[in-house]
Design a protein around this ligand. Structure first.
Ligand SMILES: C[S@@+](CC[C@H](N)C(=O)[O-])C[C@H]1O[C@@H](n2cnc3c(N)ncnc32)[C@H](O)[C@@H]1O
Length: 275
């Protein structure tokens, strides 16, 4: 499938899902979230220190809760998503808070075509699993960093794309219970269908692949985290009934992989500054 068709399929999926997703998923704006059922920035403390006036670019922003959290602290935020439906929710939230955020309808794959500025922070929570070529997207994101700037990516953990099997055998052995993953090195795609037709594909990759893509983009990886789910009865900054129902299983494996990488301060940037 051509990249343009792939992007278009995902755009349609997220446009169709946007209202339902925003109604059924609870994401706070009082914390910076990294993924479903895991602690946020208030507990993990992963982001670099930012000052009012610093700049941030969010990719695959959804309703832009993370940009809203940053904008409240005086960070100058740009937020982009492929889906107009998702961006509509983001615009309403920002307007209701009286925050100015620059919103763009933009697939991550086309970043270099549209964004010439560079930023102190480029961040993307759970969107890169939907792109066609993560290595290329990471290279484009890295090019948007100021020297000394930080790239934060959170994405689906490769262990999470296995098959959950709960089958009690006659002899009551538990050998067929738990998570079955055919290959860690090539985790199965999470293919979502409607009426037999594929609507979206979420892809996971080994941890080393993400690490190497960041290094290939000229960045230094400074943090790599696989946080466990929040304890039961604790409300995560990003949750839904469906996620909370899996709480027990989510304590066994990481569901989200978080990486922070920095662009060397001594590098000279060919792009213009966003400040
Ligand atoms: C699981 S949601 C996460 C949204 C938000 N980052 C959050 O954490 O709530 C995935 C988001 O990625 C967006 N997305 C999917 N493919 C994309 C692409 N190729 N370029 C930009 N955004 C994309 C979707 O429209 C959707 O808003």
């Amino acid at each position: 499938m051509k990249q343009a068709d792939y992007i278009e399929r995902h755009r349609r999926y997220w446009d169709d899902l946007a209202d339902h997703y925003q109604r059924t998923t609870w994401i706070t704006t009082d914390d910076f979230h990294y993924g479903p059922q895991i602690p946020g920035e208030n507990e993990l403390g992963l982001l670099p220190p930012l000052q009012p006036g610093d700049t941030a670019l969010e990719l695959g922003c959804g309703a832009a809760q993370n940009s809203i959290w940053l904008a409240r602290q005086g960070i100058v935020c740009t937020a982009a998503d492929v889906s107009a439906g998702q961006l509509r929710h983001a615009r309403i939230r920002a307007r209701d808070e009286g925050l100015h955020i620059r919103f763009l309808r933009l697939p991550i794959e086309h970043l270099a075509r549209r964004i010439r500025d560079t930023f102190d922070l480029v961040h993307s929570s759970h969107a890169l699993e939907f792109v066609t070529d993560p290595a290329n997207c990471i290279a484009q994101m890295a090019a948007c960093l100021k020297p000394g700037g930080t790239l934060m990516i959170s994405t689906v953990h490769p262990l999470f794309n296995g098959e959950w099997v709960e089958q009690v055998t006659d002899d009551d052995s538990s050998s067929r219970m738990g998570l079955f993953l055919e290959s860690y090195f090539s985790p199965p795609d999470d293919v979502r269908r409607r009426g037999g037709r594929i609507t979206v594909i979420s892809r996971a990759y080994p941890v080393s692949a993400w690490f190497n893509w960041l290094r290939a983009a000229g960045l230094e990886v400074v943090r790599l985290e696989e946080p466990p789910a929040v304890p039961e009865k604790v409300t995560a900054p990003y949750t839904s009934r469906a996620w909370a129902d899996h709480e027990g299983q989510l304590h066994a494996i990481p569901s989200t992989l978080i990486l922070l990488a920095r662009r060397n301060t001594s590098e000279s940037s060919s792009s213009s500054s966003s400040k």
